[in-house]
Unconditional design. Sequence first.
Length: 156
Amino acid sequence: MLKPSNIFILFCIIASRWLPHPPNFTPVIAVFMMAGVINLLPCLVAYLISDAIIGFHSYMIWVYGSLFLIAYLQKGAVISSLMFFVITNFGVWTSGWYGYTLQGLITCYIMAIPFFVNTLTSTVLFSIMFKKAINENQKHNLIEFTSRFSDLRRAA
């Protein structure tokens, strides 16, 4: 069963992709970093729904592949952002926009640096926010559990 904090995080995936925002400034990587805590399947469904609405694209295999890797490895905001940057921009390079040369690959990565700044910043900020939400939810569940346990002891 999804908890309120998990529903909020999934809502963030969908809403952040529909609402106007700076390029690559979304909570998506931060959410997939938390996939071990909130479950990967709802994250994928939310992301697919948002892709279905805003439109599918030719780089989806690279984006979804990097998100799977991020969810699997769970290495933190900086490493996750770097993985997303390296994998997805390699995918852009394979499209031929920059030429199939080493110079084209380097140019592709250089042109993507401004987007990486937004990716890294948003991933760090959202991962902090989501960790606090999950910790608050767990603390609330612990308080609720202990109060129920106390009530059971009093009744006995």
